[in-house]
Design a protein around this ligand. Structure first.
Ligand code: OAD
Ligand code: ZN
Length: 255
């Protein structure tokens, strides 16, 4: 059933609705973007302080840019991996893991490459954009632990080719198993909680649309409105994921 939200509903009322919906649903799914990891000190991509303010993604995050000049792209990759390697899951990641453990969340679809959902204990995590834990060779397919980047810059495969992290760069397709797995979760869920994504990169941004088209309620948790707000999502709970998700979890436990 579609949730009813009034424009004057307070944050606490929306948190209450989210908790009730989670408790009712046995097929809820979370979709997470960079915003969920901001409180783990990982900068987002867009907006003030975002990675793309410093690095033009066409020059630093496109597969052709990597093929042309891996050393240049590794300036950004090194900064990103250095930050991610020391980051710890925050209260938002932990709350989602606990909701899954309690049986209220079926899984997490994420565009993040930081592995913080798994570090927090989430089991069913679909990584649409891969992760930064291993490096791969585009020439021979050999795989190495990410730590190899500490040895030389850019890190190289035994075959001599520059290595890259096992993430999706612009200009590359999403791994099929991740794409199909997330389509399935989105199609079958009855509640999608969309957390910390600007929803401008597809196919990640299609997931709430698919969920909505299949009858699910869509609730956003974000500091600000997105393209989904007012069209795809039923409501937005404005605030930090690390504040709001623990409150929803507490409410779920108390109901
Ligand atoms: P963005 O950087 O585009 O958006 C981050 C969102 O998080 C924004 O809507 C912020 O308002 C929100 N936000 C920031 N801090 C928050 C907090 N503490 N709590 C809740 N929300 C917060 O990140 P994504 O939407 O994830 O892809 O970006 C999508 C894709 O674009 C990434 O996966 C990456 C990038 O290019 C690839 O590199 C392939
Ligand atoms: Zn190789």
């Amino acid at each position: 059933m579609e949730i009813r939200v009034e424009p004057e509903d307070s944050m606490n009322e929306l948190i209450d609705i989210a908790a009730k919906e989670l408790k009712k649903s046995k097929k809820a799914v979370a979709l997470t973007g960079a915003g969920i990891s901001v409180e783990s000190s990982i900068p987002p991509f867009r907006g003030k302080g975002g990675l793309w303010e410093k690095y033009n993604p066409d020059e630093y995050a496109h597969v052709l840019a990597f093929k042309r000049n891996p050393g240049k792209v590794w300036i950004m990759l090194k900064e990103m991996i250095d930050t991610i390697r020391v980051a710890k899951p925050n209260l938002a990641h932990i709350a989602l893991a606990e909701l899954e453990e309690m049986g209220y969340l079926k899984g997490v679809i994420t565009g993040n490459v930081d592995f913080l959902h798994q570090a927090a204990g989430s089991k069913n995590v679909i990584e649409l954009h891969g992760n930064n834990r291993s490096l791969i060779c585009m020439e021979c397919g050999k795989r190495y632990p990410v730590e190899r980047y500490l040895e030389e810059m850019p890190p190289r495969c035994k075959c001599g080719y520059a290595l890259r992290p096992d993430v999706v760069l612009f200009g590359e397709p999403i791994p099929q198993h991740a794409l199909f797995g997330s389509y399935e979760l989105a199609r079958e869920c009855d509640l999608m909680i969309v957390i910390g994504t600007s929803a401008v990169v597809s196919p990640m941004s299609h997931m709430p649309v698919i969920a909505k088209e299949n009858g699910a309620n869509v609730m956003e948790i974000n500091l600000e409105e997105t393209f989904l707000t007012g069209s795809i999502s039923n409501c937005i709970i404005k605030g930090k994921a690390g504040d709001i998700l623990p409150k929803i979890l507490r409410e779920v436990k108390e109901l």
